[in-house]
Every structure is written in structure tokens, then in C-alpha cells.
Write a protein that binds this ligand. Structure first.
Ligand code: ASP
Length: 295
């Protein structure tokens, strides 16, 4: 039994097996493995990831223990490590944790008592392994391969755990990455995976155009105050004009929640090339495959 904290800790072979398994589950394969008792601890707000994990756990026949971190003893000052040890002592096998602290799992103090198996549902600006897996599933379902695909990731790169999680795995699987977004949110960590380009640069050759939410909760007050949705949309958003330039088989992705008319023109959120709601559907199967794999 192993923690699932970072998709890039998995081998390419393991990741491809997870992608295939997610699609098999989508096509009706029977869930496998032991039924665990699981607690979902979301210290940051979530609609998609939290609901999707719950749905995946239910479909696997797992027993869910409802814990709302806001009402837990963490509000009395108990540490995350002690909270996790406590739920393990009570009988919880698996904890699915979302936390604002980047790499929260590296800061758990040891001790004599064991922790549950840990699944990372998103850590600060660090990693988001289940989102990466569902993105891979969505891309693979559409194209049938990753090799040579031109993937452009656009927006608030510096603060996005989705981008940090995805860039490396996309490159490892053979895709060709380009990055685009306001210079203040460039992050040198991406330079090893792809070049920064203007969003309009060779847009007609891109296969996957992935937009990121502007992470207002992670940027500075000054950045928030000087932010103009209109200017951002014109420079880095999906407009009708850009949409028309895309090749026939190209797809649009966004991890959600979408700021309509900021990252994507409202009319285009559900346009034919948009996979945004398919990503959400695939997320349940990706999370089932992920949870099956920790046994
Ligand atoms: N839902 C994704 C996340 O939790 C993307 C976002 O919030 O912008 O990282």
C-alpha cells in the first residue's frame, strides 16, 4: 500500500496503466481491490475534486467518513499530522487531503503512531495528481496517444498546481509543451519542459490548448488590485477569434472553476472543441483508478 502524492513519482508504464484502467472503468469494467474506510479532508474549497473523490470512493464500495476540517480540532490548534494519526487510530485507512500548504505531506512530523495512506488532492501551488491523471485520460481518449502532441498551457503558471503537475508528465509522455501567460506569473521551473511563447504564436498548430484559472487567492494584493479581467482576456483568454484559428481536431481544456470571460469567453466554455465537462466526467474514473492503485 502506497501513498499517492505526486504523479511524477510514478513510472511512465504505471501512468499509462492508470490511464488505460480509467478508460476501462469508464467503459464499465468492474471496480477491483479491497474496500477501505476513507476520510476526505479538504482544507481548501473544492467542488469538482471533492465531489469526484466522493463519487469514486462510493463506486469502489468504500466507506466514507465525513470530516469537515473547519469543524475539526485543527481549529483548536491540532496539527495536520496529529489529525491524521487520530483518524488512523480511529480506523480510517485512507486520507484524501487538499491543503493550501505546498507539499504539505513533506511537513508531517513523525512519531510513534502511523498515518493513514495519503492521497494528495492538491497542495498549494505544488501538485495535483488526480487532475493530471484526468487530463491525461481526456487527452488520450481524444487522440489515442501523447507522442508529438503540441500542448500549450496558458495563464497563471506560477501559482498553478495543475501546470506544475502536468508539464513534466506531458513531456515524459512525448508531448511538445509551450507555455504562455503574463510575465509576472512565469516560473523558471517550467523552462526545462517548454518555451514561453505568445498565445497567438502558431495557434493553428496546437493540439491541446489548456487554460489555467487566475489564482486570485494566491497572488499578491497588489496583483489583485491591478488585475483587469478585460485586458487579461484580450491577451491570454480564449476569444472567438482565437477559437476560429484552431485546427479541427484541437481541444480546449481547463481544470475549473472557469472564470467566464476571463480565461475563456463565456460562449466558448461549452463549445464543440471544449472538453471541460468531459474532464469532470473522466475525473471520477481517474480517481477510481488512482484509489485502486494504492492497494
Ligand atoms: N481546481 C483546480 C485546483 O484545485 C484548478 C483551480 O482551482 O484553479 O488546482
Amino acid at each position: 500500500m502506497a501513498n499517492f502524492l505526486n504523479i511524477n513519482a510514478q513510472s511512465t508504464k504505471q501512468i499509462m496503466a492508470l490511464v488505460e484502467r480509467s478508460l476501462a472503468l469508464k467503459q464499465g469494467a468492474k471496480p477491483a481491490g479491497q474496500a477501505y474506510t476513507v476520510a476526505n479532508l479538504f482544507f481548501e474549497n473544492s467542488t469538482r475534486t471533492a465531489t469526484s473523490f466522493q463519487m469514486a470512493e462510493q463506486r469502489l464500495g468504500w466507506q466514507l467518513i465525513d470530516i469537515n476540517p473547519q469543524n475539526s480540532s485543527m481549529s483548536k490548534g491540532e496539527s495536520l499530522a496529529d489529525t491524521l494519526k487520530t483518524i488512523k487510530a480511529i480506523g480510517v485507512d485512507v486520507a484524501v487531503v487538499r491543503h493550501a500548504q505546498t507539499a504539505w505531506y513533506e511537513h508531517l512530523d513523525g512519531g510513534r503512531h502511523p498515518l493513514p495512506i495519503l492521497v494528495n488532492a492538491g497542495d498549494g501551488s505544488g501538485q495535483h495528481p488526480s487532475q493530471s491523471l484526468l487530463d491525461l485520460v481526456t487527452i488520450y481518449e481524444h487522440f489515442g496517444h501523447f507522442q508529438g502532441l503540441k500542448i500549450r498551457i496558458v495563464g497563471d503558471l506560477a501559482h498553478s498546481r495543475v501546470a506544475h503537475s502536468n508539464a513534466e508528465i506531458f513531456q515524459r509522455l512525448g508531448a511538445n509543451i509551450t507555455l504562455s501567460g503574463p510575465e509576472i506569473w512565469h516560473d523558471s521551473a517550467f523552462e526545462q519542459f517548454g518555451n514561453y511563447v505568445d498565445l497567438d504564436d502558431q495557434l493553428d498548430q496546437v493540439d491541446v490548448l489548456m487554460f489555467l484559472r487566475v489564482q486570485h487567492e494566491r497572488i499578491t494584493n497588489q496583483e489583485n488590485q491591478s488585475f483587469s479581467a478585460l485586458q487579461y482576456h484580450r491577451a491570454y483568454g480564449l476569444t472567438q477569434e482565437r477559437y476560429q484559428k484552431l485546427q479541427n481536431n484541437a481541444i480546449i481544456m481547463h481544470p475549473g472553476p472557469v472564470n467566464r470571460d476571463v480565461e475563456i469567453a463565456s460562449d466558448l466554455v461549452e463549445a464543440p472543441k471544449s472538453k471541460i465537462f468531459e474532464q469532470m466526467t473522466n475525473g471520477v474514473y481517474a480517481r477510481m483508478a488512482m484509489l485502486e492503485s494504492i492497494q
